[in-house]
Design a protein around this ligand. Sequence first.
Ligand SMILES: [Fe+2]
Ligand SMILES: [Fe+2]
Length: 148
Amino acid sequence: MSEMYPYSAVSRQTNKLIADIEKAINGEYTAIQCYTSLAKMAPSEAVRKRILEIRRDEQRHFQQFTQLYTQLTGRQPQPKVIENCPNKYMKGLEAALKDEQEAVDFYLSISDETSNQYIKELFRRTAADEQNHAVWFLYYFTKGRTSR
Ligand SMILES: [Fe+2]
Ligand SMILES: [Fe+2]
């Protein structure tokens, strides 16, 4: 199939998409590790439960992206932790808040760049989840700052 086409805009776009999905997988993988440690530092049971619920969303995202990556490449991804998880609750919240907001922008750009309807929808829906996570982390961050 590929020899029917010379190296083209289409394959360049597919390579970019695969690289983006790989980056998204690493981001989700890192978030899963960091939210495990953030949940342990939570100041209350209610916050801890919410963080673990967010972590479950990231596990679902991770599985969906992994499945997509495997379908597109025929290979399993090799997920990597891309940043260190802060070991203080407020620092962890701040990092999470920033990562979630960056993920929203990144996923919406992936959604905009693809013409594949399934991928478009998947990243648009995932961006909405990350937006929701960002709001929770902002809420806890603000609460943590004013209660000191
Ligand atoms: Fe996620
Ligand atoms: Fe998230």
